[in-house]
Design a protein around this ligand. Structure first.
Ligand code: AMP
Length: 280
């Protein structure tokens, strides 16, 4: 496994590999790696000759400076895990390396960044599009792997590939959960012991909500979920939306003709947690 810190060095190596006819996969991450990330690397490794993992806490996608400061950084153990997973190339750039000329690029993502995360984290997805487009153009992978944990991000990345007219296959990967149902996340380490015990309530509530679609309309279901969280003093519901899975339009009525995903964001002890569940 080779660790690169500059675009020039990694792109030289990638150029050689491409000339040798190797298939190249990209797994973009912000580090503080866990089994969710590992599942992406393993899938990429099974389907390609070369796996490139990037580790970069991208400042332009943080709308909250304290969230950026508190974001866990565990490079040594990340590299150990990636060595164990037999990743081939790891790219760990500095912010200057990725944004030598600032961060001015604006993407028109239509409705996709107006709802849910986009509504509550202004500029977040433009920052994601900035960094992912730079990584795509640098690595030029055949396939790029993204987790369904960040469902809205996945839909936006698929749109980004269309906007940039890139020939990259986006491979969605299932959500990896802890035994008690909590979706794995780098932010989970910031939960106190008590809050960690409460956190599975989020997934538990999503599953209960899915069981109520026969008796409640989407708006009644939203109210029901809001009520469950009002009963949990420690947790604050930021949003719960049921959207169709292409344009992310919130559903007013149940529609058998579209795939539905319920998405949720919750604040717990100063940590913001997101999760989602398919409703089909
Ligand atoms: P992050 O480091 O949080 O930016 O995540 C990097 C990639 O790992 C993204 O594509 C995430 O969707 C994916 N990922 C994070 N957590 C999980 C999880 N629990 N299961 C599956 N994929 C995940």
């Amino acid at each position: 496994m080779i660790v690169y810190r500059t675009k020039k060095d990694i792109s030289g190596h990638l150029h050689t590999l491409r000339n040798e006819g190797k298939t190249i996969a990209l797994v973009p991450t912000m580090g503080a790696l866990h089994q969710g990330h590992a599942s992406l690397v393993e899938k990429a490794s099974a389907e390609n000759d070369i796996v490139v993992v990037s580790i970069f806490v991208n400042p332009t996608q943080f709308n909250d400076p304290s969230d950026l400061n508190l974001y866990p950084r565990t490079l040594d153990s990340d590299l150990e895990l990636l060595r164990h997973l037999e990743a081939d190339l790891v790219f760990v750039p500095s912010a200057n390396e990725m944004y030598p000329g600032g961060d001015a690029q604006i993407f028109d993502l239509g409705n996709l960044d107006k709802v849910m995360e986009g509504k509550h984290r202004s500029g977040h997805f433009n920052g994601v599009a900035q960094i992912v487009s730079k990584l795509f153009l640098l690595v030029q992978p055949l396939r790029a792997y993204f987790g369904q944990k960040d469902f809205q991000q996945l839909v936006i990345i698929e749109r980004l590939v269309e906007i940039l007219e890139l020939d990259i296959n986006i491979v969605p990967c299932p959500i990896i959960r802890e035994k008690d149902g909590l979706a794995m996340s780098s932010r989970n380490v910031r939960l106190s012991k008590e809050d960690r015990k409460l956190a599975p309530f989020i997934y538990h509530t999503l599953k209960l909500a899915r069981g109520k679609t026969a008796s409640l309309s989407p708006s009644q279901l939203k109210e029901w979920v809001a009520l469950q969280f009002r009963k949990q003093a420690e947790m604050e519901l930021e949003y719960f939306e049921i959207v169709e899975d292409k344009g992310l339009i919130p559903l007013e009525e149940w529609d058998d003709g579209v795939n539905k995903v319920a998405c949720i964001a919750v604040h717990l002890g100063g940590v913001r947690l997101i999760d989602n569940l398919k409703f089909d």
